[in-house]
Design a protein around this ligand. Structure first.
Ligand SMILES: *Cc1c(COP(=O)(O)O)cnc(C)c1O
Length: 485
């Protein structure tokens, strides 16, 4: 079946399910509902059989690219494989059907899970207290920075600016502005790390914090992080670490130990819960003890008699950061993942993620350019400049990778690398799939030399060819229309 829409195959009276006759007496809805809210004609939904529905959605799912289908080496986004056993656990009725307003005494299991997960994350981060409320990484950034702002306010001066290296994640500057500060960018040094001299220029009483992504978006570990922390602390400023991507650090470096004061995790990256189209996010924020009073409330606490409670009694808290308590289903999956892996397993995640990335980089740097020679961590950034002389851009490389059956890496980011290709293989790929990706990249490099037009025309095997990104951005069509795409 082609990709006809369900509306197009609809036949009046066709149904997918037999419901028993209603035993609720029919009443006239106009007696109960306000004028204008009663519908007198059909609802316009397609009338189709169960096999038609199943085939329709299976067909769509095979058109989509996802990590259950193939490798997804999207730099900075950690598209690792997500274990299916975690899904089963999150779907257990006791977790899945729990109402957020259920009294605490009937939600002890859920609260215990949140509390224990929080403790494990604090342990992993080397930090003291945590909030599970933020629903995404960027939401975590805003929460963590707002916590720092409250802290500064409590000392009488909210301060004015936050320093941000030019290798930080794209969401960082926006979070700084949202939190009421001016972002001040400093350039990375030739080794791709924070330039200490540049930082020195901004060390004063107006500096609220430095916000660092570590490893940074070049995939490089900030080797001077301890020195940076000490410099910041000497003027009362805080070190915020964007820990969305902890894949290189798990069990190896605890950010709190190297001077980080606040950090968010992305459970939907490092802790293997589906994200993007696959599920909601969760961006818990962990902090050192001095920042704990300012975290969002309620905090999940354990009482002396071993019961779990929501503690609202936090007079310095910045308030609530979520309608309820956070993305609970995601927490169940992350908790299951951490327990499954254990401490040793998590360390192995980091070792394998770094090994896989270096394995790929070692070959690919001979075919593309490696702009920073520093050993990368869980991801690395190549530069597509050498292909320009054949009239081929990084975008073309990314498009042809689709024809080879791979999701494209992140491209044109970080901004400090021209024609950037940011590749993160993750630890869940086998040697064979790493080799297949390397081989595809080498072939593409050869095609660029021999037949650049083939690259300009890619992809040719995907359900849709090259999309008009600009129009899609400027004039998006967001609902179904009777057109054949
Ligand atoms: C993904 C990511 C973010 C943003 O996380 P969202 O959940 O997409 O809001 C922030 N920082 C880094 C380093 C990331 O990789």
């Amino acid at each position: 079946m082609s990709s006809s829409l369900l509306w197009e195959i609809s036949k009046p009276g066709r149904i997918g399910i037999n419901l028993p006759k209603s035993d609720v007496p029919e009443t006239d809805p106009t007696n109960h509902l306000p004028d204008g809210m009663v519908r007198f004609s059909g609802n316009g939904l397609p009338e189709v059989s169960e096999p038609q529905v199943v085939r329709h959605f299976v067909e769509l799912s095979t058109k989509n690219y996802h990590v259950d289908k193939g490798m997804y080496p999207l730099g900075s986004c950690t598209m690792k494989y997500n274990p299916k056993s975690s899904e089963r656990l999150a779907a257990l009725p006791g977790f899945a059907y729990l109402h957020p307003f259920v009294p605490e005494e009937f939600a002890q299991g859920a609260l215990e899970l949140m509390h224990r997960l929080g403790e494990m994350l604090c342990n992993i981060g080397g930090l003291h207290s945590i909030t599970m409320q933020p629903s995404a990484g960027a939401h975590g950034e805003f929460t963590g920075l707002s916590t720092i702002r409250r802290y500064h306010e409590s000392l009488g001066n909210p301060r004015k600016k936050v320093v941000i290296p030019d290798s930080s994640h794209g969401t960082n500057p926006a979070s700084i502005v949202f939190s009421g500060w001016q972002p001040v960018e400093i350039k990375s040094g030739p080794d791709g790390c924070i330039d200490i001299e540049a930082l020195k220029q901004h060390l004063d009483e107006d500096l609220a914090a430095l916000m660092v992504t570590n490893p940074n978006t070049l995939g490089i570990f900030e080797k001077d992080i301890k020195e940076v922390a000490a410099m910041l602390h000497s003027v009362g400023a805080q070190l915020y670490m964007d820990g969305a991507n902890m894949n290189a650090l798990l069990g190896i470096v605890r950010p709190g130990d190297v001077g980080v004061d606040a950090l968010h995790f992305n459970l939907h990256k490092t802790f293997s819960t589906p994200h993007g189209g696959g599920g909601p996010g969760s961006g818990p924020v962990a902090v050192k003890e001095h920042l704990a009073p300012f975290l969002p409330r309620p905090a999940v606490v354990r009482t002396e008699d071993g019961e779990y409670r929501l503690n609202w009694d936090m007079p310095h808290s910045l308030g609530k950061m979520n309608a309820f308590w956070g993305a609970f289903g995601v927490m169940v999956k992350a908790f299951a993942y951490i327990l499954n892996m254990g401490a040793e397993g998590l360390r192995k995640v980091a070792e394998d993620a770094v090994l896989n990335s270096n394995y790929m980089m070692a070959t690919l740097k001979n075919y593309y350019e490696l702009p920073y020679e520093t050993t990368p961590m869980h991801e690395f950034v190549l530069c597509g400049e050498p292909l320009k002389k054949f009239g081929v851009k990084t975008l073309d490389v990314a498009k042809m990778l689709l024809d080879f059956g791979f999701h494209a890496p992140t491209i044109y980011f970080p901004l400090i690398v021209h024609e950037a290709l940011m590749i993160e293989p993750t630890e869940t790929e086998s040697r064979e799939s790493l080799d297949a990706f390397i081989e595809a990249m080498i072939k593409i490099r050869k095609i660029a030399e021999e037949n650049p037009d083939a690259l300009h025309n890619a992809p040719i095997k995907t359900p849709v060819r090259r999309l008009d990104d600009v129009t899609a951005n400027k004039q998006p069509i967001l609902k179904w229309q009777d057109i054949n795409i």
